[in-house]
Design a protein around this ligand. Structure first.
Ligand code: SF4
Ligand code: MSK
Length: 626
């Protein structure tokens, strides 16, 4: 690879340096495999291939020359809608099953079945229990935990008319969902129903399938993900603003380096406790290291960053490259977004991939099974393994390419309201005065089809310049942080109004609000603002974007944002363009149904223009200056 090629893959200096080292070390990366896959299947890109039964597989000719129906008779619209529906179901299942693990942890705490986990925010536990209608008077913390766990188990079931947090949805939106018959009822029910509907010979109306996809995405956003967020706060603490650092420079050459990767805080919080154990630190020192260093990747990293200020080594496309530094002893993972290739890359160095969940084993990795009773002990075993690996490290192969960049994290809704003096009124006043013209949630992944971090970063820059407050989650956090956008000093890059507000409050113009499941914090904030103003979420000057998305979960997030009334720009085309009906619905038709739609735009300046136009229109409709 010539030098300019490396610059074409990523805007980040650490990525470019490690791509060059990967080439030198003979390590295959995600970009090499993308190249090897060319040309990718055009039928699949358009959503026009189907293998839902073994009369097939079938495909529809997009040019009209070949078959226009599958063997069962399904046309392009039905095939595209079914494929998209299953994609959304898989995304909702992933986030929500993560949420279920938090419910199981809460249950174990309530039953006294674990001593490794406890309640760190009892006030929030009681507040949420009361919010969902439980009587907590006179109950001790374990009794409340038990009752709330039972309540949330109900959200996964099929016997309720709506999910527990439905009252967080503004009244107008609830009425709209009811009229459309898309009120989310139960996570498992709505996911299972999508699998049923998309079996051969069930739901053969593309619009009907898409409406159910909207309902099940809402079950993720307003239940599965929201439960994951709220219970993570209850069990591990509600985040407050705190400084940290980001990029591969957070690795330490003279330390045992352990990275946590995946999505859940359940394992990573235990690893953090073990890393701080003086006996294990002493063992690391006896092995010749200066200490033990912990850093994060992807959303497990975001969870530890938000609550504990643990630094972030990288986002999705940096996970292989972190190993290429030659300085990582162990990557310990839970589930989701963990490339199977990590085992191979680790094998090129002295590194080890440790899996922890019975749901996510990787051939060739070391499995150290975590459960409610053994988590602390198993976390110590992971750290001991890392110390052993450190002894095998080849110092000649270590290259930590850059110095870390400062960031500030931890902007939970509670923290934002506290910074505003306890109510959202100052934020609403700033929006009314036009100092903050609106807010944009910029979320999601990296995708090797897009220059790494380019769209994420440039869209953020364009938005803050236009006095739009940006909220980031997931892998966009690292994109923003590495470019110096997550510190109060970034206010100098914002427009005059946003800059003034940020400087007055001492906050960055780009707020890190958490991991992928924490997009539910953005939903809740929108619900609060709309309710305070007596309007629907669709009336607010807000928007969302997933510039470099890749995952099924991101498709679900995008759809629950739109179904909640939030205009959403995707930077990568979803696999629906083979159906005019589904494409028209996504790009315009949904506007008349749920009050918001998708746009697809890969140019960050044009994407910002679309968002700006939307926010201008919404401000004018509210009688505000555009
Ligand atoms: Fe083909 Fe229909 Fe079977 Fe799909 S469900 S594979 S379109 S026959
Ligand atoms: S980790 S879903 S690559 S944001 Fe949430 Fe990052 Fe996307 Fe995974």
């Amino acid at each position: 690879m010539a030098k300019q090629d490396l610059h074409a893959y990523s805007i980040c200096e650490d990525a470019q340096a490690m791509l060059a080292k990967a080439q030198k070390d003979g390590v295959e990366t995600v970009w090499d495999r993308l190249k090897a896959q060319q040309p990718q299947c055009g039928f699949c890109e358009l959503g026009l291939s189907c293998r839902n039964c073994v009369m097939g597989p079938c495909r529809i000719d997009p040019f009209g020359d070949g078959p226009q129906r599958g063997i069962c008779g399904a046309d392009a619209d039905v095939i595209v809608a079914r494929n998209f529906g299953r994609m959304v179901a898989a995304g909702a299942a992933a986030h929500s099953d993560h949420g279920r693990d938090l419910v199981e942890t809460l249950l174990a705490i309530g039953e006294g079945a674990t001593t490794d986990y406890a309640i760190r925010d009892e006030a929030k536990l009681r507040r949420i229990a009361e919010e969902v209608g439980l009587d907590v008077a006179g109950k001790d913390v374990k009794e409340v935990a038990l009752a709330l766990a039972e309540q949330f188990y109900g959200d996964f079931g099929s016997r309720r008319g709506s999910v527990s947090f439905i009252d967080r949805v503004p009244a107008k939106r609830r009425e709209l969902w009811k009229a459309l018959d898309i009120t989310p009822r139960g996570i498992d029910r709505d996911v299972v129903e999508m699998m049923h509907r998309t079996h051969m010979g069930v739901d053969n109306d593309a619009v009907n399938i898409c409406l159910h996809a909207a309902r099940l995405s809402l079950a993720d956003g307003w239940a599965g993900s929201m439960i994951a967020t709220e219970l993570s706060d209850v069990i591990f603490g509600t985040p407050t603003p705190r400084p940290s650092k980001v990029n591969l420079g957070v690795l330490k050459e003279d330390h045992v380096n352990i990275l946590v990767h995946g999505h859940s805080p359940i394992v990573s919080e235990m690893i953090l406790a073990a890393v701080r154990d003086p006996a294990l630190v002493a063992r690391a020192k006896a092995a010749g290291a200066a200490g033990i260093n912990l850093a994060g990747l992807c959303c497990t990293g975001n969870e530890l960053l938000m609550r504990q200020g643990i630094p972030m080594a990288g986002n999705h496309l940096m996970t292989e490259l972190a190993l290429v530094t030659g300085a990582v002893e162990v990557i310990v993972v839970d589930y989701q977004c963990i490339m199977p290739s990590l085992v191979t890359v680790a094998g090129c160095y002295h590194s080890c991939i440790v899996t922890t969940s019975p749901k996510a084993k990787f051939t060739g990795a070391t499995h150290i099974a975590f459960d409610m009773q053994n988590a602390r002990q198993q976390a110590a075993a992971v750290v001991e393994l890392a110390i052993e690996r450190y002894k095998e490290r080849d110092p000649a192969r270590v290259d930590i390419p850059v110095a870390p960049v400062d960031i500030v994290s931890g902007f939970s809704n509670e923290a934002v309201l506290a910074a505003l003096g306890g109510t959202a009124a100052p934020l609403i006043d700033a929006i009314k005065a036009g100092k903050i013209r609106g807010a944009v949630g910029i979320v999601g992944c990296n995708n090797p089809k897009v220059k790494h971090d380019y769209q994420n970063v440039h869209l953020i820059r364009e938005c803050i310049k236009r006095d739009l407050l940006v909220l980031v989650t997931g892998c966009v956090t690292v994109s923003a942080g590495k470019q110096g956008l997550l510190v109060p000093g970034a206010a100098d890059m914002a427009g005059p109004g946003l800059s003034e507000v940020c400087k007055a409050l001492g906050i960055p113009p780009v707020l890190h609000v958490g991991s992928c499941v924490d997009n539910s914090r953005i939903l809740q904030l929108c619900g609060m603002l709309a309710t305070a103003l007596g309007v629907d979420i669709a009336d607010l000057p807000v928007a969302a974007a997933a510039p470099e998305w890749y995952s099924e979960k991101a498709a679900t997030i995008g759809l629950y944002a739109v179904a909640s009334g939030i205009f959403t720009v995707l930077g990568v085309e979803p696999p629906i363009l083979g159906s005019k009906t589904v494409t028209d619905l996504a790009l315009s038709g949904l506007e008349g149904v749920v009050g918001a739609s998708f746009a697809v735009e890969g140019d960050p300046v044009k994407a910002a223009d679309l968002i700006d136009t939307r926010i201008r229109t919404k401000r004018q409709a509210l009688g505000l200056t555009p």
